[in-house]
Design a protein around this ligand. Sequence first.
Ligand code: ZN
Length: 252
Amino acid sequence: MFCARNPKEREALAGKVVSIVGCGSFGAALADMLVRAGLGRLLLIDPELLSVENLGRHVLASSDIGRPKAEALANRLREINPELNVEARQEKFRDAEGLLVCCADSRRCESMVNAVSLARGLPAVYIGAYGAARAGEVQICVPGKTACRECFAQFRDTEEHPPGQERYTDPDFDPTRVPGQTGLWGSVLAIGGIAFHAVLAFLEVRGAIDFERPLWIVNLDYAGFQPFAVTFARVKRGCAVCDEAMIAELTV
Ligand SMILES: [Zn+2]
């Protein structure tokens, strides 16, 4: 029997469904936090295997090296809560259910999540970090209500990442993927902890979200900002992907 010290949240979370896209540092940390809080159903999606360089900032350990991240994480989460309904998919994102939590380090994957979110009317939360995880961002997207991910993050499509050898040898190579970033586990947990609260508010478990300011910029100790602060920002709505009027204009 799962003995909760948070009976109220556990009861509210028991009937909720979350899909986590990307089981790296952020995805795994959030999955861990949500399951300990009492989440009912969780879908984990990640095509990759756990490697030794993941260990510095991941909830999984050396005994899982070489195993699919999604499956190894699902097993660990079942140890935390044997009643958890968890499904692991070792594949690239195609479709999901419930609240979409995108923790992928690839713009291409983010765009896929955004497209599915808009097409199926599923809400989504995007979590990322920059500056060696000294700052992070959480964007909350509700189709038809807030700006979509492309409205805010499309400018990053022009950012170039150093090419790796895989570019030539891997037919599935994703040039929009950010190569292994530096950063500390504590920083991931700090940004992830704030993202966790955004997810709780989104699921109407605890707290509330101002949908007029759906972008949360989290600063830990990034130069020029007040340390450990969250700034809530507006995002202009209406990119070519989510603005129906613009799409109508384009197709005339
Ligand atoms: Zn948009």
